[in-house]
Design a protein around this ligand. Structure first.
Ligand SMILES: [Zn+2]
Length: 311
């Protein structure tokens, strides 16, 4: 018969093992498949980008609208539980000879303070972005989450910009757009728009359906006249490490906060990993843009790939 001590020890070991297993499952792993079933053909995307008549954009400009910090472990499964990373909320401006296109619109101060803290929101930059949105020929976003669509939802110029803002049906009808707090009836002002798999709304620009992180998620490809290429992947990952290490967000974050389709996101991570490998091997000029990765944001500015501030 087991001694009382042995019984207590057995219970302790079993409990710890179960707890460790739960932690491992919820926080430490986020498997990515060996091969992707997400359809992504770079040659096809490049051809679609060049199917529109007109000059290609001359430069890509970036604007920092807000900053915050974030636990490492929420972005990349198995990362340090107690370390933080900087988080950026940005907007981009593709500058053509005759027009400009805005990609991503971050959010306003009310959304920032309610979700990302009372510090770090840049009011002047937000005003610059709103001015640029009024002047833009086109506004597109990677997905309908409040920190990407918030600059549209909370825009003081919504009626003016809505006709030039391309929101797809799955963004407008997605369950998470509610958090952006559009005014009653405001979504009726956008034109009904949708596409199959790929669509080019302007020279050098391609929208690429990528549901998973949200129902209305899409990647946005942009090629400049000088041959630099960008792929805005929104929040498929929150940090480039998730692509480099082939490890997505922990299950806990996906299940508790996002309700995302993890299988689809995992396949897209594999696609982006393979794409990055191919680019590195061939000295390619395609740069993946991860929406909230502060290190990558600084790196692209320093390398002169993205110009600081809007025109
Ligand atoms: Zn986001």
């Amino acid at each position: 018969m087991q001694s009382r001590f042995a019984r207590i020890l057995t219970i302790a070991v079993v409990s710890l093992t179960v707890l460790w297993g739960i932690k491992y499952f919820l926080f430490d792993t986020s498997p990515v498949p060996e091969s992707s079933n997400y359809e992504f053909n770079l040659d096809e995307i490049r051809a679609v980008a060049r199917s529109q008549p007109g000059a290609l954009p001359l430069e890509l400009r970036g604007l920092l609208v807000g900053e915050s910090t974030f636990p490492d472990s929420a972005a990349v499964a198995g990362a340090g539980l107690f370390s933080n990373r900087d988080l950026v909320f940005t907007s981009y401006q593709a500058v053509y000879p005759d027009r400009s296109v805005i990609i991503e619109t971050a959010h306003d101060r009310s959304i920032h303070e309610a979700n990302f803290g009372t510090e770090g929101f840049l009011d002047d930059a937000y005003d610059v972005m709103q001015k640029a949105m009024r002047e833009a020929a086109l506004i597109v976003i990677t997905h309908e989450h409040m920190d990407h669509i918030g600059g549209i939802a909370q825009s003081p110029h919504l009626a003016e910009i809505a006709p030039r803002t391309l929101l797809i049906r799955d963004q407008i009808n997605g369950p998470t757009i509610a958090l952006a707090n559009f005014a009653e009836g405001a979504l009726d002002q956008f034109r009904d728009f949708d596409y199959e798999r790929l669509h080019s709304p302007a020279p050098g620009l391609v929208l690429i359906k990528a549901p998973g992180h949200s129902t209305g998620s899409q990647m946005i490809y942009l090629t400049l006249a000088d041959g630099e290429e960008f792929l805005f992947v929104g929040d498929i990952v929150w940090h480039m490490d998730a692509i480099r290490k082939l490890r997505g967000r922990p299950r806990f974050v996906s299940l508790a906060f996002l309700g995302e389709d993890r299988d689809r996101v995992a396949a897209q991570i594999r696609t982006l990993y393979d794409l990055r490998e191919m680019q590195e091997a061939s000295n390619g000029r395609l740069h993946i843009v991860v929406a909230h990765d502060a290190e990558q944001w600084r790196e692209y500015l320093e390398a002169g790939l993205v110009q600081k501030g809007f025109r």
